[in-house]
Write a protein that binds this ligand. Structure first.
Ligand code: ZN
Ligand code: ZN
Length: 817
């Protein structure tokens, strides 16, 4: 009997595939095959591959291999998101050079991917930390800079006063420095931004093209962009006459304004406080907020705040209301100042109660009269307008449009659209990233490094220990250069770019790796892109995907690409968790994929991942793990596949296959093809298991099974590429690889489901008969019975009290009064 032993076959085929360059995408213009760009989110090289990689890349590899078998010229590249904080932290903690640490991890992950048999085109391998890659990251920055899409402004950062260093948000743990535990402060630094807000509306509008994206990702992006329609209204400071503009989505509540609040960072605060003589009271609050980390700022106390001592005049009724400064109002949203309507906004309500401020109800709930003094929380926004001058009696929120028109007509405000989306802060005070290719000259200002001087290389000899400025700023010579414009003494920008900049364009580079005249050869990108299928984790639902979409639109505007969306089709795999929680070193619940590969084989590891459940659902390893030395179920199945295919080959094609096996084979081809189109990897595998059992039954009954054996081997190829290759080339003695063989086709008549007669009864009397699939389930059987004309006639005007469903033969409706 043909035995299955992964250790005998897998290393052999790894080598053959590499020697044959089997997975290299063809750039031959005469290649008639349609193209398919299968892209996986490129991994971060921290250590060896983990279970999340095994899950994601197993699924992505099924997609690429399935299309290859379907006759596509497939581009399935791999690379590394190689810049970033982990490498720099390793440098600080262990004294390893970030470059050495990063490239050693890339080597290890490459070896593991090869051992797993991933169908990557290795000739296109890249890392975002390669100078030939980041040369173009810098080149793109300069194009954005020229177009006014890259600019500098002051922005707050997290600052550890002990380590004297800037911290990323993820390095702030409960308000303290991850490294030393010191409470984190905020500091303002001049930083670089990409003007993504210019594209806010297009990022929303073009979502219409993303019909093949998961709905939740679309929703998350929509909320992140946060478009809101409303009005800008200008209040006047009574004491100074200066005008302060606010944005509100509810201009219909303007008559309910009882106070006015500034964000602590609002530029008018200090001036107004000094004028009103309240600066001594306001200043401690400003200092306190400035010392609060950005992370903590999100969970701010809504009762905190101090009076500014001035008043704002409401343009709709001329009322002067007191002004406050309070941390619950954020400078980043709206205009940094708000009109407070405590009757209809919960945060304003909490603030009003804490500061004993009046509450004016301007929208009454239908049929209710509410006493402001008795309120315990703010009221909803729906109802009839009251205390609202010319608008008393109008229905809200439908009155918003009328109020806005009135404001415009009266010259007191105007309709306005605001977005929650902020510009993308891209500079990092870090070493291990692409240097920002700008020179600061005392006479010329910000000067672009000329294209022919790119890349601006990272120096190798830097001190990584934290302290004051970034490692690049502390380097004795690196930053000192002649101004490219005037030749005078100048300094390089010492910040590096956010790694999300790298991942916003890496997929373009795969189309023409090694291209020297630009980030990519436009003709190559036009041939391969947009990406046919993008696969990756839902943790990238917002930033990475939004930034990539932004980059693509800018490249489109620059005339470099014809399309505006890079990834029309997106699939998110679930996470691999343990006992309901994420795997982590601190919890000690990390499971590694490579030991499974070594012990049971890469095909087993893939099948475990793909068979565990729907691809987009999380896999809880605790529920599927087995003792390390017990043969996994999928391995035993591969053993049965080998035995069945081996026996079928031995018996030969002369012995006829039973019709039931022939029919099942055609049905399986149809169903598995359909499953693969919809990422239903787990159900596809279970259908292949059923086919294996039917082959065994046919063989045991003395029949043949070579047709089924061929089809099964072909369909196995995307899931267990080693086992399929072995069976195809060795047992079935096909000359060339299974992975470029044609995907099996089916005969529609043979693939048709076996049907049986479903009897539909009403109160035990036969009212209709239907032809239904033999394997129909309860739900579909009931659905079909309800729709049967005979049943509908008999049920007219009657109440069904019970449904007896016995698929596939019987459904009986019991009626009563
Ligand atoms: Zn610290
Ligand atoms: Zn100059």
């Amino acid at each position: 009997m043909r035995r299955y032993d992964a250790s005998e076959i897998e290393p052999k085929w790894v080598k053959v595939w590499e020697d044959e360059a089997l997975y290299r995408a063809s750039e031959d213009p005469s290649d008639p095959r349609p193209r398919f760009y299968a892209l996986d989110m490129y991994p971060y090289p921290s250590g060896d591959l983990h279970m999340g990689h095994a899950e994601a890349f197993s699924g992505g590899d099924v997609v690429a291999r399935f299309r290859m078998l379907q006759g596509y010229n497939v581009l399935h590249p791999v690379g590394w998101d190689a810049f970033g904080l982990n490498a720099e932290n390793a440098a600080i903690k262990r004294g390893v050079d970030p470059k050495i640490w990063t490239y050693a991890n890339i080597e290890q992950q490459s070896a593991s991917f090869k051992r797993m048999g991933m169908s990557f085109d290795w000739s296109r391998r890249l890392a975002s930390s390669d100078p030939e890659f980041y040369r173009w990251t810098q080149w793109l920055f300069l194009r954005f800079f020229e177009r006014g899409l890259a600019y500098r402004k002051n922005a707050p950062v997290n600052w550890c006063p002990k380590d004297q260093t800037v911290l990323a948000n993820e390095q702030v743990i409960a308000g303290c420095c991850e490294r030393c535990g010191t409470p984190v402060e905020r500091r303002d630094l001049t930083q670089w931004f990409y003007r993504i807000t210019d594209y806010a509306q297009r990022l929303l509008d073009d979502m219409d093209e993303l019909t093949a994206w998961p709905e939740r990702v679309i929703t998350m992006q929509r909320n992140w962009i946060g478009r809101s329609e409303g009005a800008e209204v200008t209040f006047t400071i009574q004491e100074t006459g200066e005008e302060i503009t606010i944005f509100t989505t509810r201009p219909d509540t303007l008559w309910g304004v009882t106070f006015f609040v500034f964000a602590v960072e609002h530029p008018a605060v200090r001036r107004l406080a000094e004028l009103a003589g309240t600066w001594n009271a306001v200043r401690p609050l400003l200092d306190e907020v400035r010392a609060t980390s950005l992370v903590e700022r999100d969970a701010v106390d809504t009762t905190k705040g101090v009076p500014l001592g001035v008043h704002a005049v409401n343009p709709v009724n001329g009322e002067a209301v007191p002004c406050f400064v309070a941390p619950y109002v954020l400078m980043e949203y709206g205009t940094g100042a708000i009109m407070a309507v405590p009757a209809h906004d919960q945060r304003d309500f909490e603030f009003a109660r804490a500061h004993d401020l009046p509450i004016t109800i301007v929208i009454e709930p239908p049929g209710e009269h509410v006493d402001p003094d008795a309120m315990t929380e703010s009221l909803p926004h729906e109802g009839r307008m009251v205390n609202s001058g010319p608008f008393d009696g109008e229905e809200s929120p439908s009155s918003i449009a009328a109020v806005t028109s009135w404001l415009e007509a009266e010259g007191r405000g105007s309709a306005m659209v605001h977005y929650r989306l902020r510009d993308w802060l891209l500079s990092r005070q870090r070493y291990w990233g692409a240097p920002i290719p700008i020179v600061h000259c005392p006479s010329c200002g910000e000067v672009a490094v000329p294209d022919d001087q790119l890349p601006v290389l990272l120096p190798d000899d830097v001190d990584f220990q934290p302290g004051g400025e970034s490692p690049l700023a502390r380097h004795p010579t690196w930053k000192h250069v002649a101004c490219p414009n005037c030749g005078g003494e100048a300094v390089r920008d010492t910040d590096t770019m956010d790694t999300f900049v790298d991942s916003s364009w890496y997929y373009f580079r795969y189309c023409s790796p090694g291209y020297e005249d630009g980030p990519f050869r436009p003709e190559d990108v036009e041939r391969w892109m947009p990406v046919a299928q993008y696969t990756g984790g839902v943790e990238h639902a917002i930033l990475h995907l939004l930034y990539s979409r932004f980059f693509t639109k800018v490249l489109h505007d620059m005339g470099m690409v014809s399309f505006v969306e890079p990834f029309p089709k997106l699939m998110n795999q679930g996470q691999v968790i343990y006992d309901g929680a994420s795997m982590s070193k601190t919890k000690g619940n990390i499971v590694e994929p490579m030991p499974i590969v070594e012990r049971w084989g890469a095909d087993t590891m893939r099948l475990i991942m793909l068979f565990a459940g729907p691809f987009e659902d999380d896999i809880d390893w605790k529920l599927i793990e087995s003792p390390p030395d017990r043969r996994p179920g999928v391995t035993s199945w591969l053993g049965r596949v080998f035995a069945a295919v081996g026996d079928a080959v031995e018996r030969g094609p002369v012995v006829p296959e039973p019709e039931v096996l022939v029919r099942l084979t055609h049905r399986t081809v149809k169903a598995v093809t359909d499953d693969l189109e919809r990422f239903r990897f787990n159900t596809a595998i279970s259908k292949l298991m059923v086919l294996t059992n039917e082959m065994r039954a046919a063989l045991d009954a003395g029949g043949g099974a070579t047709g089924a054996a061929r089809a099964l081997t072909l369909m196995l190829a995307p899931f267990a590429p080693f086992a399929a290759e072995e069976l195809w080339r060795v047992d079935l003695a096909e000359g060339s690889t299974v992975h470029k063989a044609p995907w099996p086709s089916y005969d529609a008549a043979l693939a048709a489901e076996d049907t049986v007669t479903l009897v539909v009864q009403v109160d035990g009397k036969v009212r209709d008969k239907l032809d239904v699939p033999a394997d129909i389930g309860e739900g579909p059987a009931l659905e079909a019975a309800r729709g049967a004309p005979g049943a509908q006639r008999a049920l007219a005007g009657r109440q069904v009290v019970k449904e007896i469903v016995r698929p596939p033969k019987l459904v009986n409706f019991v009626t009563g009064d």
